[in-house]
Design a protein around this ligand. Sequence first.
Ligand code: NDP
Ligand code: MG
Length: 382
Amino acid sequence: MNKQKLAILGSTGSIGTQALEIVRQHPDKFEIVALTANSNWELLAEQVKEFRPKYTLISDEDHYQDFKKTVSDAEVLTGAENLPAIASLEEVDTVLNSLVGFAGFESTLEAIRSGKKVALANKESLVVGGELIIAELKKSDAELIPVDSEHSAMLQCLVGESMDDIEKIIITASGGPFRELSKEQMQKVTVEQALDHPNWSMGAKITIDSSTMMNKGLEIIEAHWLFDIPVDKIEPVIHPQSIIHSMITFTDGSSKAQLGLPDMKVPIIYALSYPERLPLDTPRMNWKEVQNLTFEPVDFDKFPCVKLAMDSITKGGYAPAVLNAANEVAVERFLNKEIGYIHIPEIVKESLANIELNDSLNTETLKEIDKETRKFAHSIIK
Ligand code: NDP
Ligand code: MG
């Protein structure tokens, strides 16, 4: 494998820092060309000192001066509008997009337009603009490899298979911290409880999404675009232990699964090394230990976000972008303790019922609908 020149967008986040641990383990395989953060300039400065990228970007302009002072031999950019330029740098082979939310969309699109290998953690890119991204992918030499553990599992199950032989994708879900709560108990959920995920340690936004199971809804949309599979062939199943990361059932009735400890470094390194594998120094499953792998159906009544997401992709057009923008606003306002937990699906539902746009789908109209939905979602929060 040739040395890959990497741009990591969102290098200070949960995925970004784990990716850098992998780079640390394989200095002969990866070279860091660019690193970016939103506001955490202190950590970004440490990373720049260690990995010596040629380019670095701090999105939040308020921290530009402080950050710039600490960096001597890299080009320092600021402003989120410059992220797509980093994603399409001539010197870069692979873009790891570990930004969170719609903020990552244009960088994914630009990276694909410029023929990069894109290791995609930013699932929101595909949720809001899957149609545009896949259309660009078909026109270019770019590659789009999922980092999300479920989609990495699907990809691993599909090695050596024909897409025509897929009968069903079984996407597993831990069910989050509130799997066993009643609807009444869910009314009183606090931010602290929602941030306490049983199996995974992740950024705040995805942790809340996992607790509402909106994350699974977003992932169903993500799988739909990545593997060109209709939503009715993608079945979410609760698997509380998070050992089976997803399964594929083929037309002869055989199923394949990918298993391992819940550890994002495994799907991150797979996305970077695909189609090869690289050794990873990380804990292994102890298969001699007695343990249960259990499964149960998703309670769509208790977790309405899953259904809202599935319906939005069936509706098509801008509906998934509305769903995503409303969810981002609701999660942010919940994290700020300005709304209750159960208001999250209500805000998403109301936004989907009220925001409509019939213009043709393109980057500009997507940005417009995102902005309009955010405005609407804020307006219904008293
Ligand atoms: P984090 O919140 O931990 O990190 C997000 C990163 O993006 C940080 O570097 C942050 O900078 C930067 N960032 C945030 N907002 C902006 C913005 N508006 N403009 C520019 N940069 C921004 O997120 P995660 O690492 O948890 O998640 C990243 C993506 O990966 C998400 O789409 C998530 O759904 C997906 N994912 C994450 C998993 C996980 O285990 N964490 C698992 C599967 C998927 P700063 O530090 O300065 O705020
Ligand atoms: Mg996932």
